[in-house]
Design a protein around this ligand. Structure first.
Ligand code: B12
Ligand code: SF4
Length: 637
């Protein structure tokens, strides 16, 4: 569909600030400070994440698209003036009033532009009456948008290159993000009754990257493009498809690429595949839904969570356990017991969240049938505020907010900063990996990919992949070691200070004394943390819980794509198809050879050479430049 121009945008900022469009509490555009290391002050790493689906969608559409991530209101309205036939807005339920303001503005000032809504916000049942729109995508968006624009919905999927957080600060020091983002699939089959990521996709898992090889290719692309070797995996239950994860391990082993992954996984799946598999696969952090001691969810039934978490940590895998407060069985006593139970599991990190009936979930249906939903506006459905339903025992809104906050604080006081626990896990895991590897070599044990276990073999060979993996673990431990001094200096209590000293000792025993540059870097962190500490104090004096950082905005253009299958991607095939294509595009747009040459930064003679099909002195790079000047890009299938 020539002439169409799509703007894909997230909602406008600022974020985490209460205004007429969204709440402030629980709505910072950060993962850790918002919902995990909350209450940890200067120890809380500060990171924001880009709006990943926007890039995934743009990368996989032929139609010319522009991604606008974290725009201010001004940037958004200015962008619209560039003229778009369609605007796609990604939003989640608590941002619905932002989506509304954006859509109303489009209707008023650009009435010919079609509005498409996508993301979790589309689960809102009465959305039609809140946000004006022409189309709504509920569920997987790549296929949906391709169908919408008349493209092939089944065309192969190309994973975008996305680099980790939008910003990264630790103890006040701004680092350069270098991790990659992977989106292997959406949805989850488990269907836990409160879970919107499962219900949004009809309790199905929809793979985007189907094989381990596909995932590896996406990793390689990000490594080649930006040097990423560690990846955050946006997949609700990554190991639920163990075959794909096994293939990924196989292909990483074959290429000796010990990539590292942060993943979400349910406990039952980890118990099935075994912790040794996770270590070998390179899992650096796993997010496990613990939910409650008296859990009624299948995913934790019959599993000794305490033992599982201890084994994961001992083998170098940091654990973020997530728990839900204010389930029906919680009265004030059992709620406190549950918080203590989750803290007692001794994971590195804990996410606490209040039980929240989100549209489309079975929980909402159940509470609605029981007449227990209260009339909480959508913008407050963020899990950090008052409950959106009538609770059997606790209905004081202030208590809902206070217990949640106190839970974070108790975790912090019990185990010290989360980064300290992660450093403890990293060094323990490295030491264990070295010892286990030596023992296996001595006893003639080798990895058996069929059973996912180490087994005795008559033909032992060097486990080169594990050696690379161990080197990677050492690198990770060496990096995180830098936080230990700051963790000790700003420790919240004597126990945390003692823990920091003990962990520092473990590092010295295992890796030897830190080299001078590393010691200086650690001291520098103490200094930057002092500034951060002052900022945090100032924010608190001003009545805020912590400093609110805003992510930078980003704009990326994706010109119209021409798909080439691999067999057509040879230079010869390109040269065969390009003359006619370029001539056609020049005629449609009324562009002269000179103008095109100027735009492409090449000589007019070369443009003439291309359109005349003369093959000498034309390189793939020149063709790319000419196509880009005409607003096209080549996508290899
Ligand atoms: C990364 C992430 C974040 C990042 C922010 C990312 C960003 N820039 O917005 C951080 C960590 C900062 C964050 C914060 C919050 N988040 Co969040 N987050 C996620 C997470 C883990 C991954 C999202 C993702 O990228 N998925 C991968 C992509 C490929 O999948 P997808 O988003 O579903 O997109 C697909 C379709 O939905 C569709 N689609 C999406 N957008 C569009 C747009 C168009 C036009 C079309 C056609 C299609 C389409 O196509 C995509 C490909 O199929 C999800 C959980 C999850 N697994 O999805 C929660 C999730 C989106 N977050 C959620 C919430 C509630 C929050 C917070 C309020 C904190 C909290 N309590 O969890 C804050 C709010 C911050 C704010 N001010 O907006 C909820 C949303 C619930 C709801 N019903 O709205 C989710 C689902 C978690 C959950 N299970 O409750 N979050
Ligand atoms: S296992 Fe996790 S992602 Fe899957 S349905 Fe349950 S809570 Fe949701």
């Amino acid at each position: 569909m020539a002439g169409e121009k799509l703007l894909l945008t997230g909602v406008f900022g600022p974020y985490g600030v209460s205004d007429e469009y969204a709440a402030g509490l629980g709505m910072q555009m950060e993962l850790l400070n918002n919902q995990i290391t909350r209450e940890q002050g200067v120890h809380s790493p500060r990171q924001s994440y880009w709006t990943f689906p926007l890039y995934l969608l743009a990368e996989n559409l032929a139609v010319s698209s522009t991604v606008l991530d974290f725009p201010s209101w001004r940037e958004f309205t200015r962008e619209l003036k560039k003229g778009y036939t369609h605007v796609g807005i990604n939003f989640i339920v608590p941002n619905v009033m932002k989506a509304r303001r954006m859509a109303e503005h489009i209707r008023r000032h650009h009435p010919a532009t079609k509005i498409i809504l996508g993301g979790y916000g589309t689960t809102i049942p009465d959305l039609e009456t809140i946000v004006p729109h022409d189309a709504k995508c509920r569920g997987e968006g790549v296929r949906w948008l391709r169908e919408y624009f008349g493209e092939d919905p089944a065309a192969p999927l190309r994973h975008p290159v996305i680099i980790g957080p939008a910003y990264e600060r630790i103890y006040g020091f701004s680092g350069k993000p270098s991790g990659g983002i992977l989106m292997p699939g959406v949805g989850c089959e488990n269907g836990c009754k409160f879970c919107v990521t499962s219900h949004n996709f009809n309790k199905q898992y929809l793979p985007l990257l189907r094989t381990g090889g596909d995932i590896f290719t996406a990793c390689r692309r990000m490594e080649t493009a930006v040097g990423a070797r560690g990846f955050s995996v946006m997949d609700e239950n990554f190991l639920k498809n163990p075959q794909r994860a096994r293939e990924l391990l196989e292909v990483m082993t074959e290429h000796n690429k010990p990539y590292v992954f942060d993943i979400f996984s349910s406990a039952e799946v980890i118990a099935t595949v075994g912790v040794d598999f996770l270590v070998r696969l390179g899992v650096h952090l796993v997010w496990i839904g613990v939910e409650s001691k008296r859990s009624s969810f299948e995913k934790t039934k019959g599993i000794d969570l305490s033992a599982l978490i201890a084994e994961l940590r001992a083998k170098g895998i940091a654990v973020n356990a997530s728990a839900i407060l204010f389930q029906d069985h919680h009265d004030e006593q059992t709620l406190r017991e549950d918080i203590d139970y989750v803290i007692g599991l001794d994971s590195d990190l804990v996410q606490f969240m209040n039980y929240t009936p989100l549209p489309a979930t079975a929980l909402t249906a159940e509470l609605s049938a029981e007449g227990r939903l209260n009339d909480t506006p959508y913008r407050f459905l963020h899990g950090a505020g008052g409950l959106a339903f009538v609770h059997p025992h606790i209905n004081d809104r202030r208590k809902h907010v206070r217990y949640l906050r106190e839970a974070f604080r108790r975790k912090y006081l019990a185990h010290g900063p989360g980064v300290l626990s992660m450093a403890q896990t990293a060094i323990a895991g490295y030491r264990r990996a070295v010892a286990d590897h030596a023992r296996r070599m001595r006893d003639g044990l080798a990895w058996n990919p069929a059973t996912l276990r180490y087994e005795r073999t008559d033909t032992p060979v060097r486990d080169e992949f594990m050696e690379s993996r161990i080197r990677m673990m050492r690198k990770i431990a060496t990096n995180i070691r830098l936080v230990l001094t700051a963790a000790r200096v700003y420790a919240p209590n004597g126990a945390a200070r003692k823990k920091a000293k003990a962990v520092a000792r473990d590092f010295t025993e295992t890796l030897g004394p830190a080299p001078l540059p590393a010691r200086l870097a650690s001291l520098a962190l103490v200094a930057t943390a002092a500034v951060e500490w002052l900022r945090t104090r100032a924010a608190r004096l001003a009545g805020r819980e912590s400093v609110i950082y805003q992510p930078p905005s980003k704009r990326v253009e994706y010109p119209r794509a021409i798909s080439l299958t691999k067999e057509h991607a040879t230079m010869r095939a390109l040269l065969d198809m390009v003359p006619e294509f370029v001539l056609g595009a020049m005629a449609r747009r009324n562009i002269s050879v000179r103008a095109l040459a100027r735009r492409a930064g090449i000589s007019p003679a070369l443009v003439r050479g291309i359109v005349a099909g003369r093959r000498h002195d034309v390189t793939a790079h020149t063709i790319e430049a000419v196509l880009a000047a005409l607003g096209y890009r080549i996508v290899l299938e």
